[in-house]
Design a protein around this ligand. Structure first.
Ligand SMILES: [Zn+2]
Length: 213
């Protein structure tokens, strides 16, 4: 384990968070998140403020059973996973790859729909934060080699000031009843609702490997 490297990253990150006035508990969460993600990518730092804000607006603690949707597969899902324990593995995180820095968070519900909070990166509010704006737009004005520290400082001083939220209603996905079926092509089993016609996904549209022997 590269402890030295982590310590150096932590020290730099903590100094930047201190300059931005990030509160101590959130600093700890961000350090944990950065470790999980393997480095303090700008996207997870913004994601941390998104999740923190969403939980506060929902009046929820991360010890509750919560559900989330993330509108990008990049960075932000890790903030939901480490800070709110909304994970792909516990099936409470849905990633819909729309390509926006936005999340919704809601509580468990027996109803067909439920109230949720959607927190999103507000492009209008970004105008005052030129480095974040350039980075998010993937503009050549952002130079990763020289501007990473500046970007980090800007993210921490902005905090949730670059975010907006709205109350929304989302559909609750009912638990699926299923049975196991055997794919006639590969002989392996899958849940019946995942069969594509007469074969499994790996023998069809989700084929991603070829057998070597
Ligand atoms: Zn198959």
């Amino acid at each position: 384990m590269t402890t030295g490297h982590h310590q150096e990253t932590d020290t730099t990150l903590i100094a930047s968070m201190e300059r931005g006035g990030v509160r101590p508990e959130l600093q700890q969460e961000i350090l944990r998140l950065a470790k999980f993600h393997t480095y303090p990518a700008p996207g997870i730092l913004i994601g941390a403020f998104m999740v923190d804000y969403a939980l506060e607006l929902l009046g929820a603690k991360n010890t509750e059973k919560l559900y989330g949707v993330c509108e990008t597969p990049k960075c932000v899902p890790d903030a939901l996973q480490t800070m709110a324990y909304i994970t792909t593995g516990n099936n409470r995180l849905k990633i819909i790859p729309i390509g926006k820095f936005a999340i919704t968070v809601n509580r468990a519900s027996e109803d067909a729909t439920t109230d949720a909070i959607r927190v999103y990166l507000d492009l209008g509010k970004l105008k005052k934060y030129t480095t974040i704006d350039a980075w998010y737009a993937h503009s050549p004005a952002y130079d990763k080699k020289t501007m990473t520290a500046l970007l980090q400082d800007e993210i921490f001083s902005a905090g949730r000031k670059i975010l907006s939220y709205e109350k929304v209603q989302i559909k609750v996905t009912p638990k699926k009843k299923w049975k196991s079926v055997t794919c006639p092509r590969c002989g392996e089993t899958v849940p019946d609702y995942m069969i594509e016609g007469d074969h499994c996904g790996a023998c069809g549209s989700m084929m991603y490997y070829e057998r070597i022997s």
